[in-house]
Write a protein that binds this ligand. Structure first.
Ligand SMILES: NC(=O)c1ccc[n+]([C@@H]2O[C@H](COP(=O)([O-])OP(=O)(O)OC[C@H]3O[C@@H](n4cnc5c(N)ncnc54)[C@H](O)[C@@H]3O)[C@@H](O)[C@H]2O)c1
Length: 351
């Protein structure tokens, strides 16, 4: 029987239908078991006998990803080469067996594009079944964020520039009105004006210092304050930090000072909100080539060093950060709080 007419069966152990995130289908041809996993935002993976043979990341939705991968499966069955096989650039699709965060509601702040750490987190949270509110910086950013918000099936998509008074409050008001609760917040934003970031720490002007601290640190405190009344049954607050907070990393400069303050804020907030069942984490990923990172001179060297020295001998991906962050939002992680959690292949213990 040619594969074209083969019947693709849904994997009954995984949720299907509306609201389901990653879906899986399989078929058997001769001795080979073909398996396709597809996510609503158009990522997908084809495995034959458990081995990945093709991926797609560019489809516009789940249906198109499935069609692309079905065609790849047909070519594979005919013995033809698969040009998109092992496409290193495609993101790993989060494949989940259970919707462990089903019913949870979260706010993700900091998605600028598909490279953003916040997007890696949002994709993982959604794969585990959480509903997400997302924000975009301004009209310019909106066109990049909108398709991602659609992929996440986000019911709340709002502008949030920390420097525009009232925007953060408006987001929390909408969440209060629509959900009346919040289970987690991902704060994944940072900013330093060029002049402040590129100069010596000792020379930083007051306005550059205040802007850096305002956007990169104070916003986390304010989000925690606004989230507190919505987390009546507990919750989890996340912020993104970097290793340059605890040691001098060339070119990280004033951002290192801001991250040190942020990590301290995490400790204090965890002590203050812990009795209410609210956990607080600073997530510290290894270097990732994102838009924010492109503002740091010689960032390539940081990547090379991280890869060469990290015990895991590997750079991290936004999917790695997303999966670990989603784990910390689950009840199984309920007694972990207040600390800086490194997702960096172990780099911080050797450098
Ligand atoms: N990329 C890395 O290597 C790395 C490593 C560790 C930690 N981090 C941290 O991760 C977080 C996310 O950065 P990223 O690397 O994903 O880059 P990114 O550029 O994708 O995200 C940065 C986000 O900050 C937002 N932002 C900037 N100014 C803002 C403001 N005034 N109001 C609201 N939002 C604002 C941007 O819109 C953007 O969405 C940052 O806190 C960053 O310091 C990054």
């Amino acid at each position: 029987m040619p594969l074209q007419t083969a019947n693709w069966e849904p994997n009954k152990e995984m949720p299907v239908g509306k609201g389901a995130t990653v879906q899986q289908f399989f078929t058997v041809l001769g001795k080979d078991r073909f398996e396709i996993s597809v996510a609503p935002w158009g990522e997908g993976q084809l495995k034959v006998n458990g081995q990945e043979v093709a991926r797609t990341a560019e489809a516009k939705d789940r249906r198109q990803a499935f069609t692309t991968l079905k065609q790849a499966a047909e070519r594979y069955a005919r013995g033809e080469p698969l040009e998109m096989s092992k496409n290193g650039k495609a993101r790993l699709i989060p494949t989940v067996k259970a919707k462990l965060l089903d019913g949870k509601k979260g706010l993700v702040v900091g998605i600028a594009n598909e490279q953003s750490i916040a997007w890696g987190c949002a994709a993982a949270f959604r794969a585990f079944g959480a509903d997400l509110a997302v924000t975009y910086l301004n009209d310019k950013a909106k066109k990049h964020v909108d398709p991602l918000a659609r992929a996440l099936e986000s019911p709340i998509v709002m502008p949030l520039d920390a420097r525009v008074p009232g925007q953060m409050e408006a987001v929390f008001e909408r969440i209060t009105k629509e959900w009346g609760k919040l289970d987690f917040v991902v704060h994944s934003i940072a900013f330093a004006p060029q002049q402040a970031l590129h100069g010596r720490v000792v020379d930083v002007p007051l306005d550059g210092f205040l802007t850096t601290m305002h956007v990169s640190c104070w916003t986390f405190l304010r989000m925690a304050q606004l989230a507190e009344p919505l987390m009546k049954k507990g919750g989890t607050l996340f912020t993104m930090t970097y290793y340059g907070s605890r040691t001098v990393v060339k070119n990280y400069n004033i951002m290192g000072v801001a991250k040190a303050a942020l990590e301290s804020a995490v400790r204090y907030v965890s002590a203050e909100l812990g009795p209410k069942g609210i956990r607080v984490h600073a997530i510290s990923p290894g270097p990732l080539a994102t838009r924010a990172a492109s503002g740091i001179p010689e960032f390539d060297k940081l990547l090379e060093k991280a890869k060469a020295k990290a015990p895991a001998r590997s750079l991290v991906s936004i999917e790695d950060v997303g999966a670990a962050t989603a784990f910390l939002a689950h009840d199984v992680a309920r007694l972990i709080t207040g600390d800086t959690i490194y997702i960096d292949g172990g780099y911080h213990v050797v450098d």
